[in-house]
Write a protein that binds this ligand. Structure first.
Ligand SMILES: [Fe+2]
Ligand SMILES: [Fe+2]
Length: 196
């Protein structure tokens, strides 16, 4: 007898056919997305990044399992994402499932997909969304044109007028290597809550 096994996660995969991802020009969520980037690009400065790195680098804030952290993402809708208007836990499973489909032999890759945005739980720890979600970018040098919305969103960032931070190389040497670069603070960096 053949047992038909239904996959309940199919219900939670709102992935339309031929969807154009990362459209920052129009679409139903563009105002919310732009507002989040506006705040991010105004307040992410060298000083802010250094302060947040110091605050969150101790691994003493909280202890939880990976599954607990993933479940917490049930409570977070990422306001910077033009493609995702549902809790980020869905996005984690959706990403892992997408990778499983394309790379069924690479279990490590599927796991990376599941965990890649787990740092967004910081937005549930009294950090504002603009400090946690969205694309990260180098600080301490001129803000690059390739950053989304950069033509309008950096005008009130004090670093954009700083005598060193606003220059082409800023605090860096040419070809200094990525490990020397200070990136805007957020979910892509360290999550030092102690997740085991
Ligand atoms: Fe991310
Ligand atoms: Fe993601």
């Amino acid at each position: 007898m053949k047992i038909l096994q239904l996959d309940p996660s199919l219900t939670y995969r709102p992935e339309p056919e031929n969807h154009q991802y990362r459209n920052y020009k129009d679409g139903p969520l563009v105002d919310r997305v732009k507002m989040t980037y506006n705040l991010m690009h105004t307040y992410q400065t060298v000083d802010f990044v250094k302060k947040k790195n110091a605050l969150w680098s101790s691994c003493t804030h909280k202890k939880m399992s990976v599954m607990e952290a993933l479940s917490l993402l049930d409570n977070l809708v990422d306001e910077s994402d033009p493609d995702v208007d549902f809790p980020n836990s869905f996005h984690a499973y959706q990403t892992a499932e997408g990778i499983r489909k394309a790379h069924p032999d690479k279990d490590w890759f599927q796991l990376v997909g599941l965990l890649h945005d787990i740092g967004k739980i910081l937005a549930l720890e009294n950090e504002p969304q603009w400090a946690v979600v969205g694309d990260t970018f180098p600080v301490g040098c001129k803000f690059q044109k390739s950053i989304v919305f950069s033509d309008t969103t950096f005008k009130n960032n004090p670093d954009a007028k700083h005598p060193v931070y606003s220059t082409e190389y800023g605090i860096y040497e040419p070809n200094c290597g990525l490990e020397k670069v200070l990136m805007s603070w957020g979910h892509d960096g360290n999550v030092n809550l102690c997740i085991y």
